[in-house]
Ligand binder design. Structure first.
Ligand SMILES: Nc1nc2c(ncn2[C@@H]2O[C@H](COP(=O)(O)OP(=O)(O)O)[C@@H](O)[C@H]2O)c(=O)[nH]1
Ligand SMILES: [Mg+2]
Length: 632
């Protein structure tokens, strides 16, 4: 069964609510005040099932919006996420200000299809109807509702004339509407929250992507709290799940209605992130005033609204009718994803001035070259999944993009991201990081250059420690660094031994007496256990001179064969490993140990005991508590 969401648009009193009622039998004006005053104040809802050719049923969810200029912000909460629009124009009045404003909003939100409906056809004669039709055709020329593509239909909600033809046309237009992405992560912008006797809290909205099932846990954005779905309703009927493109009601367990509000969004927990900054492409209406850099505007995205500062990239202002890339800085965080459409309204007086599309929801904080940045945004703006992911990985350069970031920045599920990455030969996955093959090669080349440089400068040193080498590069994550290094080792471009990395065949060339001295030093410390000799005594007894002896020491320390705990205390790594075991084993007898007990346990003097205990603290084998140690 196919579901589409239909929105109304048009000037007040042009017959939107009457049309929805004539089509569905449902009065979308649900508020007491709306009924009393006879005008729509907030968005209302209705639904209709129509048979489709081929026997399948089409489900239409209607969002009826207010036409009054004072309630445009309510209209905006309803119109985001619709699949097609009914642009309603009364035959006896023709085009009015909110006909224009609502139509502009639909265009800015990139609504792609709809039907223009001339209502109240019963109130005018045939000639007048034709005049209005011509006026409307002229008004729509070149737009998505151009009469050459989208029909203009005359109806009367009073007499029912034209309603059947309109229903048939709805089936046709709905058939061409592309299905929303039900495979992506679910997102439900909340448009209503209420309490139902015997049920508890209910929220409704148009599910813009993904699917929501009974018993799902969801996160509330931007608040961050969790809710559980006790029940799902689609088009007023209980369902096991709601899928993208459906008007959806969720009954939430143990969540007071006061914790939720229009503008919040529900999505799977720990996947997406709210943001206070977004890079966007925006356009101004020809009727708008110029938009200055740093101007404040009202921002509307789906059912949410906040105030945003518009920071232009390399421009002083945007002229009416023009487009530009900009960063929006939001007064309140929102959940935004690339491709989300938005409307901006002038700060004061509040009138619609333009709209656009979110390009990036995690833009860099500092932009060194705004023009260059705008160009890269152009690439990203044009990229739809799966290209959107590839483009983001490309722009992440040598740092790469983690799977978590990829999910939060594209709205694709983790397994989709993994599959996309796996199917693209240009992309490599190292653990949880994705990066471009070319970036991987760049890191590899930079690593070799750093290593060559180091070994030229330090001919007596066998190699570089992994950490030091990583620090010389543009700070790749440990898993990227390890991945690159492993590849280089496999390709025999470098050699890795424990902590040390070196160019092949570039081990230290030692003279015989140096090699012998190295063995002597190591043996002296190895055999001493924790009762180590004084460093100067060991060095003094070598066959090589002081400078060489010092270099050999440096080597042993760099390779972590020896570990220095203070100026004159050096231990062999095996002795320290032994110490660690002894202390850990002691835990079965006592979880605490004081200095005296420690001295007894390992048989050393206080002079040794203190630095050793401090080393154990640093290694997190023990934790200092007062004068004693807790064994962790
Ligand atoms: N004669 C006639 N009156 C209509 C028709 N459709 C709506 N109306 C009347 O026009 C007024 C405004 O209609 P409504 O649906 O509330 O307009 P909305 O503000 O666009 O929702 C109401 O008094 C309706 O009864 C129609 O097709 N024919
Ligand atoms: Mg109405």
């Amino acid at each position: 069964m196919r579901s589409v969401v239909v929105g109304t648009a048009g000037h007040i009193d042009h017959g939107k609510t009457a049309l929805v009622k004539a089509l569905t039998g449902i009065d979308a004006d649900r508020l007491e005040e709306e009924k009393r005053r006879g005008i729509t104040i907030d968005i209302g809802f209705a639904h209709l099932e129509l048979p489709q050719p081929g026997g399948d049923t089409l489900r239409l969810g209607f969002v009826d919006v207010p036409g009054h200029e004072r309630f445009v912000r309510n209209m905006l909460a309803g119109i985001g996420g619709i699949d097609l629009v009914l642009l309603v124009i009364a035959a006896d009045e023709g085009i009015k200000p909110q006909t224009r404003e609502h139509f502009d909003i639909c265009r800015m939100l990139a609504v792609e299809r709809g039907i223009t409906v001339l209502t109240k056809a019963d109130t005018v004669d045939r000639d007048t109807l034709e005049v209005v039709r011509l006026e409307v055709e002229e008004f729509l020329r070149g737009s998505f509702l151009d009469a050459a593509r989208a029909p203009i239909m005359a109806v009367s909600a009073l007499t029912g004339a034209g309603l059947d033809a309109l229903k048939q046309e709805l089936v046709k237009v709905a058939r061409d509407a592309p299905a929303r992405d039900s495979a992506a992560l679910a997102r439900l912008p909340i448009d209503r929250v209420f309490t139902m006797k015997g049920f508890g809290t209910v929220v409704t909205g148009t599910l813009v992507s993904g699917a929501i099932r009974k018993e799902d846990d969801l996160e509330v954005f931007p608040a961050g709290n969790r809710v559980r779905v006790r029940g799902v309703q689609v088009h007023g009927e209980a369902a096991d799940q709601a899928i993208a493109g459906q008007r959806t009601a969720l009954n939430l367990a143990a969540t007071p209605a006061g914790e939720l509000a229009r503008g919040m969004v529900l999505a799977p927990p720990s996947t997406l992130r709210s943001t206070s900054r977004a890079d966007v492409s925006l356009s101004l209406l020809p009727s708008a005033r110029p938009l200055k850099d740093r101007a404040r505007v009202h921002l509307h995205v789906y059912t949410a609204e906040t105030i945003a500062e518009v920071v232009l990239y390399g421009l002083k202002q945007v002229a009416p009718g023009q487009s530009a890339f900009a960063q929006l800085r939001l007064a309140d965080p929102m959940l935004l994803l690339p491709g989300d459409r938005f409307i901006i309204r002038q700060f004061s007086p509040v009138i619609t001035m333009g709209g656009g599309v979110v390009v990036e929801n995690a833009p860099p904080r500092r932009i060194a070259q705004p023009e260059h940045h705008a160009a890269s945004l152009k690439d990203l703006a044009e990229a739809r999944p799966p290209r959107a992911l590839t483009a983001r990985i490309a722009s992440s350069g040598m740092r790469g993009l983690t799977l978590d970031d990829a999910v939060a920045r594209t709205g694709q599920r983790r397994d989709q991201v993994i599959d996309l990455a796996a199917s693209d030969p240009q992309i490599v996955r190292l653990g949880s990081t994705l990066l471009q093959n070319t970036a991987l090669q760049q890191i590899g080349d930079a690593l070799i250059v750093a290593l060559e440089h180091f070994q030229r400068q330090n001919p007596l040193v066998a190699g570089m420690s992994r950490e030091e080498l990583r620090a010389r590069l543009e700070d790749p994550s440990p898993e990227v660094f390890d991945g690159v290094l492993n590849q280089l080792v496999k390709a025999r471009r470098v050699e890795a031994a424990g902590e040390q990395v070196r160019l092949p065949g570039r081990g230290v060339v030692m003279k015989d007496e140096e090699a012998e001295s190295k063995r002597t030093i190591e043996a002296a410390f190895s055999s001493a256990g924790l009762k180590v000799p004084l460093l100067k005594d060991v060095l003094g007894g070598l066959k090589v001179d002081r400078v060489r002896a010092q270099k050999i020491m440096t080597l042993l320390l760099r390779d972590r064969i020896l570990v220095k705990l203070s100026d004159d205390l050096v231990f062999h790594r095996d002795a320290l490993a032994e110490l660690r075991k002894t202390v850990q084993a002691h835990k079965s007898k006592a979880s605490r140990i004081d200095v005296a007990q420690f001295k007894d346990l390992i048989g050393v003097s206080r002079k040794y005991a203190i630095p050793l205990l401090e080393w154990l603290d640093r290694e997190r084998v023990t934790r200092r508590v007062g004068d004693a140690r807790e064994i962790v």
